[in-house]
Design a protein. Structure first.
Lengths: 109, 111
């Protein structure tokens, strides 16, 4: 079983739409959670960390559900510039980071 | 200047050749990582190092070796490259469980 699983998409949404991505993780010892953004052929870059109480950064909201072992990312008012692949990342017991395969988002004019 | 740099950025080589990919960082982080990325498989960990004297195998270390020459430098070697090692390779750094910072990647093609 993979450590982190994501729906690969693709998600194609119109500008202004709200879109949500989910990610599940298998290891209950997971300590830290992140969403990264990766543009085509570029390095992944941190979008936001995910905290137990949930957190928001502008149009982006992240949630963590430890009981069900999933994290989510909500993007409101989608922009063309949001088109990218979104990676769910989990850190287990302060050691390795595990990456999901990514969810592809295309925002359509 | 970039905090995490990788050289070369692109490399085409032949089966059986020895290849070294280099990573340098100016972030002062103790932890460094090497990943490869393949379409549909996401990022997979090859090796990681928590300090200069610490080297650990990741998920897919076979066919690879590493050297941590200094806190700021972490090199990945392919002793005898094979075509299925064609991939995009990323170096990353972090503090403990904190955010990882990635280099720009090395696109390696093994013919």
């Amino acid at each position: 079983r993979k450590e982190v699983e994501q729906d690969p998409g693709p998600f194609n949404v119109p500008e202004g739409a709200t879109v949500a991505f989910n990610c599940t993780y298998s290891n209950s010892a997971s300590q830290s959670f992140f969403w990264y953004r990766q543009d085509c052929r570029k390095e992944p870059k941190l979008l936001m960390s995910v905290y137990s109480s949930g957190n928001e950064d502008g149009r982006f909201t992240a949630q963590l559900n430890r009981a069900s072992q999933y994290i989510s990312l909500l993007i409101r008012d989608s922009k063309l510039s949001d088109s990218a692949t979104y990676l769910c990342v989990v850190n287990v017991a302060g050691n390795q980071f595990y990456f999901g395969t990514g969810t592809s988002l295309t925002v359509i004019p | 200047d970039a905090d995490v740099t990788q050289t070369p950025r692109n490399r085409i080589t032949k089966t059986g050749k020895r290849i070294m990919l280099e990573c340098s960082q100016t972030k002062g982080h103790d932890r460094m990582y090497w990943y490869r990325q393949d379409p549909g498989l996401g990022l997979r960990l090859i090796y990681y190092s928590f300090d200069v004297k610490d080297i650990n195998k990741g998920e897919i270390s076979d066919g690879y070796s590493v050297s941590r020459q200094a806190q700021a430098k972490f090199s990945l070697s392919l002793e005898s490259a094979i075509p299925n090692q064609t991939a995009l390779y990323f170096c990353a750094t972090s503090r403990v469980t904190d955010t990882q910072y990635f280099g720009p990647g090395t696109r390696l093609t093994v013919l």
